[in-house]
Ligand binder design. Structure first.
Ligand SMILES: Nc1ncnc2c1ncn2[C@@H]1O[C@H](COP(=O)(O)OP(=O)(O)O)[C@@H](O)[C@H]1O
Ligand SMILES: [Mg+2]
Length: 285
């Protein structure tokens, strides 16, 4: 009995959040090793299906770096990064498109198995990302940046209880595939479809001052201070596009951006339905 009462209290505590987020779009980017672990993955997708059932409109953008590396290794192709960007010659690009398409279909199937609905956007089917060659990646192959987002197509997929699942391959004006950082894709989508919240799920607690030391987690960071930490090389590698994605999302009108740990069970629900919040929040000022 006590347990049942406690459960109803928890549900009632979430009511103000459920009310204020009804019909609001949340863009969630999910990547890294949090995608590899089936238990973690199921928890994340359960949270997303839950959100869709209580009236929130989640949009899921995913990467798939670890799976891509695995396939490249199998094919005997070198995995190479420069300035945090994956060197992407044609044969690598073909593998990226194929692998991310597989990841996309897998996520969509899992969402359906959990009772949700999913609409896939990937390089080999429907695509909503117009890409162009990345300006800082000359000679590094098919690395792209977002040119524009087909906002109408994504918005059409944002129906009650249906979750657009979007992979980070973009298409150039001549039909060429480009490998685009999934954090960048997510922020462009968030701005294009007027999301209210932007959440990056990753495989660390959030932004830390000392690498690997969770005691140095920064809970709130302004855009200006985030840029300073990039200059000071406190924020490095894969965390740089995340910070810049948050900055662009804020500039594009999204009010809340968060970098949280996808490995914590139900981190999305904790972030959304409690006051405390977890991970790092990036704010305008
Ligand atoms: N200051 C920092 N705080 C936390 N992580 C950082 C920081 N600087 C660099 N990183 C790195 O950024 C990584 C997250 O980016 P990335 O590997 O691209 O993950 P994802 O697959 O989620 O995009 C972390 O695993 C960590 O190694
Ligand atoms: Mg990354």
């Amino acid at each position: 009995m006590q347990e049942a009462i406690r459960k109803s209290e928890v549900l009632i505590e979430a009511l103000p959040y459920i009310k204020s987020y009804a019909n609001k779009i949340f863009v969630i980017k999910y990547g890294g090793s949090a995608l590899l672990d089936p238990v973690i993955k199921k928890g994340v997708l359960q949270d997303i299906v839950f959100m869709s059932y209580v009236g929130i409109r989640p949009v899921l953008v995913h990467g798939g770096g670890p799976f891509i590396n695995e396939e490249l290794n199998k094919a005997g192709i070198k995995v190479e990064f420069k300035n945090g960007l994956r060197v992407t010659p044609k044969e690598t690009m073909d593998i990226v498109a194929k692998v991310l398409s597989g990841v996309n279909q897998g996520i969509a199937a899992d969402i359906k198995a959990l009772g949700g609905r999913a609409v896939s956007f990937d390089a080999l089917g429907k695509n909503a990302i117009k890409a162009k060659p990345h300006k800082n990646a000359a000679g590094m192959g098919f690395i792209g940046e977002v040119g524009s987002i087909d906002a109408d197509a994504v918005k059409k997929a944002v129906r009650p209880r249906s979750v657009p699942v979007i992979s980070s391959v973009g298409i150039g004006s001549d039909g060429t595939h480009y490998n685009v950082n999934a954090d960048d894709v997510a922020s462009a989508i968030a701005a294009a479809i007027k999301a209210v919240k932007f959440v990056l799920l990753t495989d660390v607690k959030g932004i830390m001052r000392e690498k690997g030391d969770e005691g140095t987690l920064i809970s709130t960071l302004t855009m200006d201070n985030a840029e300073k930490l990039i200059e000071e090389e406190v924020i490095k590698g894969g965390m740089i596009p995340k910070v810049r994605a948050c900055t662009r999302a804020l500039a594009g009108g999204i009010s809340k951006t968060h970098i949280i740990d996808g490995r914590i069970p139900h981190s999305l629900l904790l972030e959304i339905f409690t006051d405390k919040g977890i991970g790092t929040e990036i704010v305008k000022s």
